[in-house]
Design a protein around this ligand. Sequence first.
Ligand SMILES: [Zn+2]
Length: 102
Amino acid sequence: MAIAFTCTVTDCGHRQGHIFSKRSYEKGIVIVTCSSCKNRHLIADHLGWFQNLTGDGANVTIEQLAKAHGVPLTKGRVGESEVLEVAGQDSVESTTNFASAS
Ligand SMILES: [Zn+2]
């Protein structure tokens, strides 16, 4: 699977794409690192590690989070791969942003 989104970290705003496994997205945890500012974004959390970001486990995928925050997310396909496209400037990433440890 893949996702395209815009980083909403202040002074970043980098539009980017990331690839991850469907299995992780449906059953595990998916975190992507912004290729520009290196901040991390939570895409899916089925294990409950980041309950503060998922509304105590109510919205555990970026699709559910986008819906909860009223942010347009479209689902498409490139070949065999599903692609999630999050609309330009939005609030999902600021919700799912968490600072990198470095
Ligand atoms: Zn960034």
